[in-house]
Design a protein around this ligand. Structure first.
Ligand code: F6R
Length: 608
């Protein structure tokens, strides 16, 4: 949610900032801007809309200098217009600020600063920071930022440049991620690692409350109490190519195709077949896996759907009662959990404000907390007691795909591990499940290699105003996930429903030609989907059925059938979601929607 970049070095800053913003655009794309220092002046360029508008502006009005900051915005306070685009300047126009987060007390600060004579040009909360810093600035930028932040409430990842100081710029964070990059040609700042990858893999994560001073060849960090600290840099294993499209027209399609590898990456070093075993001791001590009376899975959006699917595994395989909660609701609910309930926060980014808050609340109540996360070193992984990583590499498409199957894989392993630790799962059963899991990457590969007519189905449904996704048991969360994908990238209203519930209400919506996606893949309840399909057909709905080799009879009446290779029921969601992702993708493409940057969305939701 909003992307920040910064650079100080011996190269022209503008190109580096724009390239960084391009790699962060998934975080917001309402407007973009940069501020570059040239002599004693701050050169500001801002434009509304996506990055190409800023690139055009820079062609027309180039900026030169080797120190600068940039921002790509997801609007919270103030509409997406040029005045509200970052960077924001102070009255004298010699301090520029880019900010991700929300300054909650900005109204009172703005009033106070206005009374002191500061003139505001935008409706944003961020602009108060530029004026506050100006009011404290006496030549030491870091000190002025520290004093200003002492007055600000809320969340921030920010970067600040002063026209009077060509040797440094300042960054600070609270509840909003920032990473420093140490390169040969300078020092870099970004909200997320992909922006740094073309320049360096040597990074330092800034932590909450910390302030950093970035110079050409060094960084200085201070902790939340203003004490200087040293932190060793880390070398990350991602490379620049992982954050490129690799010949695919969109990141989303590339990421759908990557799933065969990312699922394997997530399980392969953690399982053995002879004898069958799951090794997650590094992520969760056996003692905890044995002792917890209950599991509570918490997440938002797609990550929440992964939790809903995984509940079946915790109950079936580990015989552990399992609750699944939407993080933004959980944090305000007062429900009683058994002592020692294991709270599992599921998050691709590791920065989602609601999931973070839910985990912090759980920790405060002394529940053991485990993070299932994709981004190394993200806030959630630092806050949690334990972390189970998904190894999916950077996910850039705003609509989550490979992270979802990575989460499913990690949670499946966790359920098996808990079952193994508690003795609820026998050797042969464990072997069977691990073997089935080992077949998933090849099944996805096989499926993606052949044509299933999904593009043609997408053409057929692209004009629909509404769609229904139906599934039972573990396929119900997949119905929710399929509907979410269609909503967010193809802008078609869609609902996921437990198929058995259809006749209790949603059936009233079915009319001629309405697409109904029926998940009738192999399972113990597969046959029950037959009557749902009949009911939809009897009312003129258009059924798109997903089934497994051998299940064609069940879906005989469907208008379109997508057939999946056979997989053991337990692991089949890892494959069944792929056609749902593709259907949403091709429908969005058919409608001419911007697949990787759907309207109103941002990848990492760092505000409540
Ligand atoms: C949907 C999607 C979102 C995220 C949600 C949680 O395609 O991407 O619903 O799943 O915002 O994000 P993370 O997993 O980063 O906490």
């Amino acid at each position: 949610m909003c992307g920040i970049v910064g650079y100080i070095g011996d190269q022209e800053a503008a190109g580096i900032l724009v390239e960084g913003l391009r790699r962060l655009e998934y975080r917001g794309y309402d407007s973009a801007g940069i501020a570059v220092l040239n002599g004693g002046d701050i050169q500001l360029r801002r434009s509304v809309g996506k990055l190409p508008a800023l690139i055009d502006l820079l062609k027309e009005k180039p900026v030169h200098g080797t120190l600068g900051v940039g921002h790509t915005r997801w609007a919270t306070h103030g509409s997406p217009c040029e005045e509200n685009a970052h960077p924001h300047l102070c009255c004298k126009e010699n301090i520029a600020v880019v900010h991700n987060g929300i300054i909650e007390n900005y109204v009172e600060l703005r009033k106070e600063l206005s009374e002191q004579g500061h003139r505001f040009k935008s409706q944003t909360d961020t602009e108060v920071l530029a004026h506050l810093i100006e009011s404290f600035y006496t030549g030491d930028l870091a000190a002025a930022v520290r004093q200003a932040l002492g007055r600000a409430q809320g969340s921030y990842g920010l970067a600040v440049v002063s026209a009077e100081d060509r040797e440094r710029f300042i960054a600070a964070r609270k509840d909003s991620p920032l990473v420093l990059g140490l390169g040969e040609r300078g020092t870099y700042l970004a909200s997320d690692v992909p922006a740094l990858l073309p320049y360096t893999r040597e990074i330092i994560y800034l932590q909450d409350g910390e302030i950093a001073e970035l110079r050409r060849d060094a960084v200085q960090l201070w902790d939340a109490h203003g004490q200087p600290i040293t932190r060793n840099s880390e070398i990350i294993s991602w490379d620049a190519a992982m954050a490129e499209k690799a010949g695919f027209p969109h990141f989303m399609l590339k990421e759908i195709h990557e799933q065969r590898a990312t699922i394997a990456n997530t399980f392969k070093s953690r399982v053995s077949l002879e004898p069958p075993a799951v090794h997650l001791e590094d992520s969760l001590p056996v003692k905890i896996a044995q002792a917890v009376p209950r599991v509570c899975l918490v997440g938002c959006g797609t990550s929440y759907h992964a939790g809903l699917a995984a509940r079946h595994w915790f109950e079936e395989l580990a015989h552990i009662p399992c609750d699944v909660e939407i993080a933004s609701e959980y944090r305000y609910r007062r429900f009683s959990k058994d002592r020692n309930t294991l709270v599992v926060g599921i998050s691709q980014s590791g920065e989602t404000a609601d999931t973070l808050a839910a985990l912090r609340e759980s920790k405060a109540q002394r529940f053991p907390v485990l993070a299932v996360c994709n981004v190394l070193g993200s806030t959630i992984t630092r806050d949690a007691d334990h972390t189970l990583y998904t190894y999916c590499g950077p996910e850039i498409g705003v609509a989550s795909t490979k992270a979802f199957t990575g989460q499913l894989t990690a949670l499946f392993l966790l359920a098996l591990y808990m079952g193994q630790s508690r003795g609820t799962i026998g050797r042969s059963q464990l072997y069977r499940h691990l073997k089935a899991l080992s077949h998933v990457p090849a099944a996805i590969h096989h499926f993606l290699e052949s044509d299933h007519g999904i593009e043609a189905i997408a053409q057929d449904i692209q004009g629909a105003s509404s769609a229904l996704y139906l599934g039972r048991q573990i396929n119900f969360p997949l119905a929710l996930e399929g509907a979410l994908k269609l909503k967010e990238i193809a802008y078609i209203h869609a609902e996921g429903y437990p198929a058995g519930e259809m006749k209790h209400g949603p059936i009233a919506l079915i009319e001629k030609g309405m697409p109904v996606i029926a998940l009738a893949v192999n399972s113990r309840v597969q046959e029950k989907m037959r009557s749902n399909i009949e009911e939809v057909k009897a009312r003129g709905g258009k059924v798109i059925a997903l089934t497994t080799e051998g299940g064609l009879d069940t879906v005989r009446k469907a208008d379109h059938v997508i057939t999946l290779p056979f997989l053991n029921e337990e692991v089949s969601p890892l494959l069944s979601v792929v056609p749902l992702q593709l259907l949403a993708y091709y429908t969005a493409v058919a409608k001419g929607c911007d697949v990787d940057q759907p309207r109103n969305l941002a990848k990492s939701v760092t505000v409540e």
